[in-house]
Design a protein around this ligand. Structure first.
Ligand code: HEM
Length: 215
């Protein structure tokens, strides 16, 4: 096809959340929820914080929880890696999550405290959303790394030392879970408060003109 023919073609449009993103997002969410529930079952068998037990868990006893945990761990690791590779390769992660400016963070916090936070434009995340998404992505990576360390402490003894020993790696894994649960509470509450965002993550959302490739 000639250069002229390509450059006069109308720009191709894509959805706000392409199908690949939606599949990966919901797969990650399901895997995280199974990991949290089964992690609580494993934790109950050998508590870190005296007196803290989780009444809700996946798996009727620790060994069953462990099976669920490993199954979901593979799903999260492979699907999470696919999300990161897709996000870097298409530029989506950089476009949606960067830059984060201090004055935008201050402005978002100020508007939220005055209950004036607008969410008219679905195509851009506010500064606090960007920070939350980056934190949860990093927490997910930290969970995989600390999880590998406590799963195979002999084979990955160098990693265990880097994390400050076995008990410290276990504590990091526990704190990572707490960060993700905290994120989930805020994230689900906000998506229910602004259901248009939830609908968009289910159906793809509005069409966006995508960058035309020059021949
Ligand atoms: C721990 C599990 C979850 C994680 C790690 C997670 C993570 C994320 C991330 C990183 C994004 C940005 C995606 C992008 O634009 O590339 C996102 C968007 C979104 N997520 Fe989740 N999510 C989780 C669970 C959920 C759940 C359970 C719901 C629904 C109740 C949900 C609803 C949404 C919605 C509606 C958006 C779009 C937000 C907007 O357009 O303003 N997520 N999520």
């Amino acid at each position: 096809m000639s250069t002229l023919a390509v450059s006069t073609m109308p720009a191709r449009s894509s959805r706000l959340h392409p199908i690949a993103i939606r599949i990966m997002h919901w797969t990650n969410a399901a895997a995280m929820i199974v990991l949290i529930g089964s992690g609580w079952g494993i934790y109950n068998d050998s508590v870190i914080i005296h007196g803290l037990h989780f009444p809700v868990k996946i798996g009727s006893w620790a060994a069953e929880s462990l099976l669920w945990h490993f199954a979901a761990m593979w799903v999260l690791t492979l699907n999470g890696a696919a999300y990161l590779i897709y996000g870097v390769a298409t530029g989506r992660l950089r476009e949606r999550l960067l830059p984060i400016r201090l004055r935008d963070v201050v402005e978002t916090v100020r508007e939220t405290l005055r209950f004036k936070l607008a969410h008219e434009d679905l195509t851009t995340y506010n500064a606090v959303q960007k920070i939350l998404y980056i934190v949860v992505i990093l927490a997910g990576v930290a969970q995989v790394v600390s999880g590998v360390a406590i799963w195979k402490p002999v084979q990955f003894s160098g990693l265990v030392s880097l994390l400050g020993g076995f008990q410290s790696a276990r504590l990091i894994h526990f704190l990572g879970m707490a960060v993700i649960v905290g994120f989930l509470v805020v994230h689900v509450a906000l998506s229910l408060l602004v259901p248009r965002t939830l609908w968009a993550m289910l159906t793809g959302g509005p069409e966006l003109p995508s960058q035309r490739k020059e021949a």
